[in-house]
Ligand binder design. Structure first.
Ligand SMILES: NC(=O)c1ccc[n+]([C@@H]2O[C@H](COP(=O)([O-])OP(=O)(O)OC[C@H]3O[C@@H](n4cnc5c(N)ncnc54)[C@H](O)[C@@H]3O)[C@@H](O)[C@H]2O)c1
Ligand SMILES: [Zn+2]
Length: 352
């Protein structure tokens, strides 16, 4: 059903990444990119059955040896201890540089699988099968891998997977909270670069067609990272909603998607004040209808201010934020403290 969109990204290291987006794609033929002796599938408990299926298919059709390792769930497992367990497991399988790792899971799993693969034997090929909406439209695309070491994603490398298979069939049934997490990033892609995504979410809320929003959001991210792999210029537009969002995420202990939702409302208000962005109220309504928060939880205001001061988007001249002149017209601007206060006030945080 439907068509398959294919993107390719040429990594700075000369390796090519191919991204396939469509339905009915999660099979060994798509996942195993070339002849291999060993396939090592890394996964997380929620989707282990899918990983076993992939390994069974691989053994039946493609290779004599396919193994599955179920790692502990999510963010808590995205650390160097788990990476070491993966290295030891690969070693015990007699894994070589010509073998293949497949990561089946959400963003935490693919970040971890990507990091382990990028560093084991100085880099082995990895393929991602993202199973969360956030993984599909964001984490699996763009070549950032990483693990948490004290701070989130503090250790990592840039290295694209050989292939990413985004099978929309897998995303149809994901739980509501997980869908909202991904919708925050997908609608962000719409706000910065594609009105079709905005229109679809505006019309249908969280029930928006995945066939419309997922391929479009992936295209936005592919374009941003292709034009600029190492986070200058264009890639930075992907941080829309993330400057204030990150601070609220940490200070308010809320999920990333919720924080980005709040951060976009704040950035929308600043955009309205500084650039005459005409859709701040409309953007807020769209976000609210997705079931995402538009007001911050109770937070320590001092902590928010401190965290924003530390944000990596800060330079000598102050905090730089992605703002919108219109939907699809993002700009990077230095934002003065008074304007930050405007943004925070729009989400219910009063700076002292
Ligand atoms: N590399 C990047 O550029 C990038 C970009 C954005 C986010 N990320 C990372 O992505 C992670 C967040 O992504 P996430 O929310 O997908 O993480 P996750 O892997 O922790 O998944 C969230 C939860 O959903 C479960 N899950 C996954 N697929 C499911 C399915 N089909 N059905 C039911 N449950 C399922 C997981 O087991 C987990 O409990 C963070 O670690 C973040 O740092 C990376
Ligand atoms: Zn994000």
């Amino acid at each position: 059903m439907g068509s398959t969109a294919i993107h390719t990204i040429d990594g700075a290291d000369g390796r090519r990444c191919e991204i396939r987006v469509g339905r009915g794609l999660a099979n060994a033929d798509n996942l195993i990119v070339r002849e291999v002796a060993n396939v090592a599938v890394l996964t997380q408990p929620a989707v282990a059955a899918l990983a076993e299926l992939v390994a069974d298919q691989a053994r039946r059709d493609r290779t004599s040896s396919a193994h599955v390792r179920i790692l502990p769930d999510g963010e808590a497992a995205k650390n160097l201890t788990t990476v070491e367990h993966v290295y030891e497991w690969l070693n015990s399988l007699g894994f070589t540089r010509s073998d293949l790792v497949i990561g089946v899971g959400g963003g935490a799993l693919t970040d971890l699988a990507g990091f382990a693969a990028a560093t084991y034997l100085r880099g082995v090929d990895v393929v991602y099968l993202p199973t969360s909406l956030l993984g599909a439209v964001d984490a699996s695309i763009g070549g950032k891998t990483g693990v948490n070491v004290g701070g989130k994603n503090l250790a990592g490398v840039f290295r694209h997977p050989s292939r990413v298979i985004v099978d929309l069939d897998l995303l149809d049934e994901i739980p509501g909270a997980l869908r909202r997490e991904g919708a925050a990033e997908a609608v962000k892609a719409g706000f910065i670069a594609d009105r079709a995504i905005v229109d679809e979410y505006e019309s249908n809320g969280i029930a928006a067609s995945l066939d419309v929003v997922v391929p479009a959001a992936i295209a936005v991210k592919v374009h941003a990272v292709t034009a600029d792999f190492r986070e200058k210029g264009l890639r930075a537009i992907l941080n829309y909603g993330h400057t204030i969002g990150h601070a609220i995420e940490v200070a308010g202990s809320i999920s990333h998607g919720e924080a980005v939702a709040i951060g976009m409302v704040a950035a929308g208000a600043i955009s309205e004040e500084m650039l005459g962005f005409p859709h701040a109220a409309r953007q807020r309504t769209i976000i609210e209808h997705l079931g995402l928060p538009v007001v911050a939880p109770a937070v320590d205001v001092e902590l928010v201010a401190t965290l924003m001061g530390r944000d990596k988007k800060r330079d000598a001249a102050g905090i730089r934020m992605v703002l919108l002149e219109d939907f699809g017209r993002p700009v990077l601007r230095h934002v003065a403290e008074g304007q930050i206060a405007t943004g925070l006030a729009a989400v219910g945080v009063a700076l002292g």
